[in-house]
Design a protein around this ligand. Sequence first.
Ligand code: GLN
Length: 485
Amino acid sequence: MPLNELTIKQALEKLDKGEITSVKITKACLDRIAKIDSEINACLTICEQEALQEAEEADKRRAKGEKGGLLGIPYAVKDNILTKGIRTTAGSKILDNYISPFDATVVKKLREAGAVLIAKTNMDEFGHGGSTQNSAYGVVHNPYNKQMVAGGSSGGSAAAVAADMCIFALGTDTGGSIRCPASFCSVAGLKPTYGRNSRYGLMAMTSSTDTPGILAKSSEDTAMVMNVIAGHDTKDASSLDEDVADHLLDIDSDIKGIKIGLPDEYFKEGLDEEVRVKINEAIDKFKEMGAEVLPISLPHTKYSVPVYYIITPSEISSNMARFDGIKYGFSDKEAKSLQEVYLQSRGQGLGTETKRRIMIGTYALSAGYREAYYLKAQKVRTLIKEEMDAALKEVDILLTPVQPTCAYEINAHRGDPLAAYLEDIYVSAASLSGVPALSLPCGFSPKGLPIGMQLIGKRLDESKILNIAHQYQKATDFAQQKPEI
Ligand code: GLN
């Protein structure tokens, strides 16, 4: 098997036995990027020199007897996560030449564990989107069918993992941005509990839901990365000061008797038949494995997209104020006054969707409308959260679709932002509630496009989700399938 196709688990076994070196796996990934990324467009910056140096360093550490962790494993990082000394654009023109002055906490932890950063990945500008078509650096093509989108906003990370350009990748999920591309590209994608992984060094989109997470080739690999990056961080005020259990400890436990809830509202009209068929097959598989499947009702589901699309632009409009042409990034040199610096730098530096969100958010927060929109949305958000927590008291996890459809054609929602927003129907509630959720491959459409299912768990119960996912992956072979590129 080519080294770039290994999972973390397989790579670590071979590294620990001395059968391969980190330099060799890193080169295999870099070669793969050089060979195919002109067709996929997953990587915005390739850190070749730095990666080879880090790989050599990892090999030296291993030669001295160090093992485990993620020592010597090459990975990619979504370009809204800060990486010291490396260009970090957030998919935006306004940050085209921006070099991060420090590492995000999640990156720092990976660095300390000896993982090797090989590339920064393409994304919707600042995370604003669900298809990576809103990037200033061009769309990411789906490795399973290059006419189709890869999903978003972490589309570059998902495509890079699916096409074996790296062994795993980091993404961020604010309202589905890890789960959506994971489902479109047939990889595992975990959005952990809000606050479980530090947001320090993430470019803020919606501070109250932003969550860094993982895109990987299996749920077991996802658990291995969680073991490194999860935990409290004094630099992030919303970080949870709770112990982190070993996510691998119970991954092999039998799932006989576990309770899986199926929220009725997630299976109504709007769900494509080809997706429904595969989700139903996954449900049958779980029943065969001894799970108890129960109906659940989440009546506020219909409000999750409207609530998300008020809260998100509101927080965006405030978070984006820092991009003023003065503190960072692009600044229009022709501007003749301070006002013009702001207007022209933002006008030229930011893309259409980002501008739309700034305007909607500013409107929703403005005097006279704040109570009607923003405060109302926050109240309904509380109801959504309470309903989600109550449902998760009845069962171990909820099983739902991730997206209403498979990956769609590039340009399909062009000029129709509302249609794009509605795609978030199954992912927004977990984000608004702050609970962990995983997208896991569960089959392919008749045309060969990947389909994912979503497993939503209780707060801080990532280990349970990963245990259930791992048992499913042992009983099926969807995760082993590879795209033909
Ligand atoms: N589709 C969501 C949006 O456009 C996803 C955002 C995210 O998770 N970064 O807001």
